[in-house]
Design a protein around this ligand. Structure first.
Ligand code: 4UV
Length: 524
């Protein structure tokens, strides 16, 4: 077992709201918390805190509080911060929903999470309303921030002027958020994260990443996903930095916003790093303010990272973690230029890890020089989830009795505590850093009458990025080609979940118990 080399940090026993906003001084209150990257509109910390209180008050006036779960289907706009922290301030739990989801996927998450309210924006209203209708929500339970007839809007709710409610709960056990993750296997499940989990993970990032009040962080990675939620939204606000929001990735707009708002830290997933390294238009923008490009959510190739660093003349560093760990487990400080860019770096404070040989169940030995043999990474710390909502079976599979979370990722470690992810045992596919669950796609494929059997794994595209690939067994005499398979899946799932490669095969390799042998498919 290895414990983080960082000294332990104190994790205050307070709500995430108190932790982030409780200690703001006058200078900090007047500084800029959020900048809308598209319009340039700014929100000060004072305005943000005021709006959070009013939103919490409006929710409380409607009976929303401890025990209520509110769905948040909203892209990265400044109002996300108001809504998210307003819900938590009111004592309710936020289940953040992928803005790309289909109406069925939204409805599934709302149902599974037990949500009774939904907050959204007018461009996402068709999917939101179709889902809300399936669940039988009244129109006044669907808040449309930018205002649509028949639904409460953000200005109207804030304008009611209700003060923030007095709520009391135990931050160590009260659920703050329920983001969804498929974990090691199966369909997405609600990840139960407490106020303490969120406070802990921001506290664990603080000594490692040198973000401060003079920094501007680019927030294009979605706040609904744990990376954006903790490492961008919450961490940036605790550091009193300015968050520049971007609702969706578009390379020229991304470059324009970086240049115009002189962002100093840009948080990306590896496919954006590919664009930064390779795309000719990158040279047309003044990116000189960028100090750090921070990558996470999927493996970052060392040569790619070096190409970005030299092209932008900046530091490239990375973080590793998962929804189930709030998420940060490993972070490389921007000051550690001794660490290879393809490594995920050291454990964050208060974190313990083991690398366990999946065959023998023994911990791998850490050599005096060089890297260890690979082993499954197990982690323990205050950022580890309580479990999956209503899924004791899935929780027990991932979280053992001693509190070790079995990540399903395979890593090596050096004697000085530098980790590197080298493989993945679990089914999960990362497409552009988004989760894609093979089980979801396999179920969609099997609905096609011409498909006898199917399996989905991650394969690499020409840029070395992971994409979902389907192996398909046709029904006897069926006339089915690659395009038809792709079109069928595309019609039923969100854009990031589309199958992007297809291979026809005679039989899907399976174990005697009927489990798909994904390893055999990967070897092909
Ligand atoms: O549950 P999830 O979708 O969570 C994430 C979390 C990402 C981040 C990003 C920056 C951080 O500082 C941080 O702490 C966490 O994506 O997917 C979890 C799985 O994604 C893969 C790995 O398989 C996880 O189990 N993954 C995440 N980060 C990396 C990674 C990475 N740096 N290198 C390789 N794989």
């Amino acid at each position: 077992m290895v414990r983080s080399a960082y000294p332990d940090v104190e994790i205050p026993e307070v709500s995430i709201h108190e932790f982030l906003f409780g200690g703001l001084d006058e200078t900090e209150l007047d500084s800029i918390a959020l900048i809308d990257g598209v319009s340039g509109a700014t929100t000060s910390y004072r305005q943000l805190v005021g709006q959070i209180d009013l939103f919490a008050g409006a929710l409380a006036a409607r009976g929303v509080g401890v025990g209520t779960t509110v769905g948040v289907l909203c892209p990265n706009i400044p109002a996300f911060a108001t809504v998210f922290h307003g819900i938590l301030r009111a004592g309710a739990t936020a289940t953040t929903i992928n803005s790309l989801y289909t109406a069925d996927e939204i409805a599934n998450q709302l149902t599974d999470a037990g949500a009774t309210w939904l907050v959204t924006v007018s461009p996402l209203l068709p999917g939101a309303l179709a889902a809300a209708e399936k669940l039988g929500f009244a129109a006044d339970h669907v808040i449309v921030l930018d205002g649509v007839e028949g639904h409460p809007s953000l200005p109207a709710l804030l304008g009611e002027g209700h003060p923030a409610p007095e709520v009391s709960f135990d931050p160590a056990t009260h659920l703050a958020v329920l983001p969804y993750s498929s974990g090691t296997t199966g369909r997405p499940k609600g990840v139960m994260l407490t106020h303490r989990n969120l406070v802990a993970n921001v506290s664990q990032c603080r000594p490692v990443l040198g973000v401060g009040a003079n920094d501007r962080l680019l927030a294009v990675l979605p706040f609904f996903h744990i990376y954006g939620m903790t490492v961008l939204l919450n961490f940036a606000l605790r550091q009193r930095a300015g968050l520049v929001t971007m609702p969706k990735f578009d390379l020229p707009e991304f470059l324009r916003i970086i240049a115009e708002h002189r962002t100093t830290w840009v948080f990306v997933a590896p496919p954006i790093a590919v664009a930064l390294a390779k795309h000719p238009i990158v040279d047309q923008y003044d990116l000189s303010a960028v100090k750090v490009i921070f990558s996470g959510a999927a493996p970052l190739d060392g040569a790619l990272a070096s190409a970005v660093a030299s092209r932008l003349d900046c530091i490239v560093t990375q973080g590793y973690g998962m929804t189930e760990t709030s998420p940060a487990v490993n972070l490389t400080s921007e000051t550690r230029d001794d660490i290879d860019r393809s490594a995920i770096g050291p454990l964050v404070p208060n974190t313990e890890a083991r690398l366990v040989d999946p065959e023998s169940g023994e911990d791998v030995a850490v050599p005096a020089e060089g890297a260890s043999e690979p082993g499954e990474l197990w982690v323990r710390g205050p950022q580890v989830m309580v479990g999956y909502l209503n899924r004791p079976d899935a929780t027990a599979e991932m979280l053992d009795a001693d509190g070790w979370l079995h990540t399903g990722d395979v890593a090596t470690v050096t004697h000085d505590g530098i980790y590197r992810i080298v493989d993945r045992l679990k089914e999960l596919i990362k497409y552009k850093g988004y989760q894609v669950a093979p089980a979801v796609l396999e179920a969609v494929l099997l609905e096609h009458p011409a498909i006898a059997d199917a399996a989905v794994i991650g394969a690499l595209d020409d840029d070395g990025q992971e994409v979902p690939k389907a192996f398909v067994v046709r029904q006897p005499d069926a006339d089915l080609d690659t395009d038809a398979v792709m079109a069928h899946v595309a019609a039923h799932v969100a854009p990031h979940e589309k199958v992007r490669q297809v291979e026809f095969i005679d039989v899907i390799p399976k174990s005697s118990s009927g489990k798909i042998l994904r390893k055999d498919l990967r070897i092909r």
